[in-house]
Design a protein around this ligand. Structure first.
Ligand code: AMP
Ligand code: GLY
Length: 386
């Protein structure tokens, strides 16, 4: 098998041929690519899957219409209602006056969400009416309508299923760490680290998520004429009254996937290919029992204005697996080129061991202004004290 990446980065360059700046469809046609897998949300929202299919090329991901589950929070919320998918109670507001009226009908804290793609940064949890009013103005300036919803309490779980439009194969559950700082402090980010452990959801809970969230979403999208092919990612709050969907993403989650890949035991390209062709046959994916952890190293200034150009040292010495995100090769060596720069990942006999190995990897790496959280996976250790 030959692997190509567009644009790719110095990390994937170790296993794939990178094509920086190339237009994906023309590239796939020129190279005779058999299967394209789309990573980020922007090209999905922009209709890359529709264009590949129109050209007769196999591609793994949802169409532009199906990707609205991620690209429009208001579409997603109204869809949850139509498909009876459990979610937080919400109101849509088209302008600031409507938002203020709606905010008053929720207790505090109240959650405000921008409609469009915001790289994990379009959500504000407001603890006062003034803060909510200010956030409403800021978010409405970027996109409308604004989603205003009730604050849910519970264990947050990322649940991803590989879908072929009709059938879904669940991946193992994982847990992301959204805030920049430890203990839920600081601004929200795209995710500062993740871990996956077979104990995150029981078999009963996983069944509930499939029955109440994933299957109704697939059936609903099919009934509405836009069947979902690709990775359906449900960001869930496991509340005392069952799972509630916080958001859907239309792709694999980052950094959950780095951790998940360390636990995948069997073949992955086969199921991917089957899903892309609308004919999933496998009944389950194979997983290693050992937990895994991914710690994100972010650039100075993230999530606001990440600084590029800081020299990265120690990646080759790190005793863990280092996935690249925002990196580039320069004359001076490897340097930062994005918000989340690296995902330092390890598997262990126990969760504690996986965490320890991942952080040994972190300690080996250095760049100016490097930010990371010290508590990735700690929630799991607390839940299951050894
Ligand atoms: P989202 O992009 O919708 O997943 O929101 C980002 C993060 O905000 C989530 O991962 C949660 O930590 C938090 N969040 C979003 N919606 C809610 C809610 N209704 N209740 C509590 N926390 C929420
Ligand atoms: N970690 C959540 C995401 O990929 O957006």
């Amino acid at each position: 098998m030959e692997l190509h990446a567009a644009p790719g980065n110095p990390g994937i360059a170790a296993v794939a041929k990178c094509h920086g700046g190339a237009e994906p469809l023309a590239l796939a046609q020129t190279l005779g690519i058999e299967l394209t897998v789309v990573g980020p949300e922007a090209p999905l929202a922009d209709g890359i899957v529709d264009r590949f299919r129109a050209a007769g090329l196999a591609i793994m991901g949802p169409t532009q219409a199906a990707a609205r589950l991620e690209s429009s929070k208001s579409f997603a919320k109204d869809f949850f209602r139509r498909a009876s998918i459990p979610t937080a109670r919400y109101t849509l507001a088209a302008n600031h006056a409507e938002a203020l009226r709606a905010i008053k009908t929720f207790s505090l804290p109240v959650v405000l969400k921008a409609d469009g793609l915001a790289a994990g940064k379009g959500v504000t949890i407001a603890h006062s009416t003034e803060e909510a009013s200010e956030a409403a103005a800021r978010l409405l300036a970027v996109s409308a309508p604004l989603v205003i919803e009730e604050f849910l309490v519970g264990e947050e779980v990322s649940f991803i299923a590989l879908c072929d439009g009709e059938r879904a194969l669940p991946l193992e559950a994982s847990q992301d760490h959204k805030t920049l700082l430890e203990n839920g402090q600081g601004p929200n980010t795209g995710g500062m680290g993740a871990y996956t452990d077979g104990r995150i959801l029981s078999a009963v809970e996983q069944g509930r998520v499939m029955d109440q969230v994933i299957e109704p979403a697939l059936a609903g999208m099919r009934a509405e004429g836009c069947p979902f092919t690709g990775f359906l990612y449900a960001g869930l709050m496991m509340t005392p009254s069952g799972p509630r969907v916080l958001e859907f993403n239309a792709r694999l989650g980052d950094p959950e996937t780095q951790a998940l890949m360390h636990r995948m035991a069997g073949d992955f390209t086969g199921p991917l290919e089957e899903a892309a062709h609308g004919r999933l046959t496998a009944s389950s994916l194979e997983w290693r029992a050992e937990p895994s952890v991914c710690v994100v190293l972010a650039a100075y200034g993230y999530p606001g204005k990440p600084r590029p150009g800081d020299i990265i040292e120690g990646v080759d010495q790190a005793p863990a697996d280092v996935f690249h995100a925002g990196t580039r090769a320069s004359a001076r060596g490897l340097e930062t080129a994005g918000g989340r720069v690296l995902g330092v990942t390890a598997r262990g006999e126990t969760l504690r061991e996986a965490i320890a190995t991942a952080y040994r990897g972190v300690e080996a790496i250095h760049f100016e202004g490097m930010q990371y959280r010290c508590d990735i996976g700690a929630a799991g250790l607390k839940r299951w004290p050894a």
